[in-house]
Design a protein. Structure first.
Length: 254
């Protein structure tokens, strides 16, 4: 039996590839054989990630700056990838943000910013990727969260709303694009230690509190997400679409 998890010959875009989770996913896809296009708005950051992937994996990785909230920018990204490689096999939407605000006085400008990146950005990237993939098929993974199905306090109403939207976008696109053999799934992490959440890991009392809520007894790391996404974009998941895979230490089992 062939190795169904190998990504040799696959062309993958990781949007948000300079962030904590996105960077780990870009590296993981490269280590499993894919040619990786690392993308975000920060050219310097994505060039650094692309160089690290190439050095670690021996596979080609390049950096192309793009803003997922701008259709022209995303179309240019897709056109550049097709011009260089002739195809696109994988899109991983790893971008995302959170703005915590008390719901009773939630500023709508902050609400709009969250939906602009987390929801609109996801849809724009999916839309233009599918235009490339529709002839030969492909695999898309969107970044959701356990907060897409479980509410949470602490000013997270806006974030929960966006991740719930990402989950249903994922399901709807999976149904609509199934005739084109475009599989659309989502990754649902619990809390993961990234540059934006490292203050939790650096505070022993706070880290203990968060870890205690997870059945496996620890907080997630970006590297914990790599296996799940590699599976979802590989031939091993060729009959899997419209699903969210929760990598959460058992949090959503309770």
């Amino acid at each position: 039996m062939k190795n169904m998890f190998k990504l040799d010959g696959k062309i993958a875009i990781v949007a948000g590839g300079a962030g904590g989770i996105g960077e780990a996913l870009a590296m993981g896809l490269g280590m499993h054989g894919a040619t990786v296009v690392v993308s975000s708005r920060n050219q310097e950051a994505i060039e650094k990630v692309a160089k690290e992937i190439t050095e670690a994996s021996g596979n080609e990785a390049i950096a192309i700056a793009s803003d997922v909230t701008d259709e022209t920018s995303v179309k240019r990204l897709m056109d550049t990838v097709v011009e260089k490689y002739g195809k696109l096999d994988i899109l991983v939407n790893a971008m995302g943000m959170n703005i915590k605000r008390d719901a009773i006085e939630y500023p709508m400008e902050d609400w709009d910013k969250l939906f602009e990146v987390n929801v609109k950005g996801t849809m724009i990237a999916c839309k233009f990727a599918a235009q490339v993939m529709k002839e030969k098929g492909g695999a898309i993974v969107n970044l959701s969260s356990v907060r897409g199905i479980r509410g949470y306090t602490g000013g997270n109403t806006g974030y929960c709303a966006t991740k719930g939207a990402v989950e249903l976008i994922t399901k709807a696109l999976a149904l609509e694009w199934a005739p084109h053999n475009i599989r659309v799934n989502a990754l649902g992490p619990a809390l993961v230690i990234t540059p934006g959440t490292k203050h939790i890991a650096e505070n022993p009392e706070l880290a203990k509190k968060y870890a205690a809520a997870v059945p496996l007894g620890r907080i997630g790391l970006p590297e914990d997400m790599v296996g799940a996404v590699t599976y979802l974009v590989s031939d091993a998941a060729s009959f899997v679409t419209g699903q969210t895979l929760y990598v959460d230490g058992g949090l959503t089992a309770s």
